[in-house]
Design a protein around this ligand. Structure first.
Ligand code: ZN
Length: 194
């Protein structure tokens, strides 16, 4: 303690200490400031990335998905034999969101994080249940049922058979739910980016 007092009391030593510590503290402070600014820039960039992905990739696909679901429903309900070209919607998925961690999302979007989380979950769910899958679900069931009943190509049977009607109602219900989910997804995206 005495030694420390002696060192500090000596003006020359004190100057030495100041000469060492002041630049060190200034360096520390400026690195804190640089880190702080760098984090703000990084967050802004990530926010922009999420917003661009949602507006340029996900949002434009929503009406297309809706259109595909509706054309499937129309074909099923009209017993139409026309060949539908159903898009595969390969860019509609939530994979890109995995590049940013949930805590980062919270830092970027604050309380809106819950909306973003819902957007990610719904996008993921729809991407795993695309129109093509609903279409296949209908025809796989109906075709094997018609084979079983020896009624292949019998439209009259499809129109009146309770099993066929039940299955058609089920698929119609699923399509209604998907279209509703798509509309909710659109509202949530618009809420998040505005
Ligand atoms: Zn039937």
């Amino acid at each position: 303690m005495n030694l420390l007092c002696k060192v500090i009391n000596d003006p020359e030593n004190l100057m030495n200490i100041i000469n060492w510590t002041v630049p060190f503290l200034l360096g520390l402070l400026s690195s804190f400031i640089i880190d702080f600014i760098r984090n703000i820039i990084k967050r802004k960039r990530k926010k922009k990335f999420v917003e661009i992905y949602l507006t340029k990739t996900i949002l434009p696909e929503i009406p297309e998905l809706e259109k595909a679901y509706k054309s499937i429903r129309e074909r099923i309900n009209n017993f139409s034999l026309i060949h539908l070209k159903i898009p595969v919607f390969e860019s509609f998925n939530s994979k890109v969101f995995n590049g940013i961690s949930p805590t980062e999302y919270y830092e970027i979007f604050g309380e809106n994080y819950t909306t973003l989380n819902e957007i990610i979950t719904t996008t993921e769910f729809i991407s795993e249940n695309l129109p093509l899958k609903t279409d296949q679900r209908y025809y796989d069931y109906i075709n094997s049922h018609l084979i079983e009943k020896n009624k292949i190509g019998d439209t009259e049977h499809e129109k009146t058979c309770p099993t066929c009607i039940d299955h058609r109602n089920l698929i119609n219900g699923i399509i209604d739910i998907r279209i509703d989910e798509l509309n909710k997804l659109k509202q949530k995206i618009l809420k998040l980016i505005n």
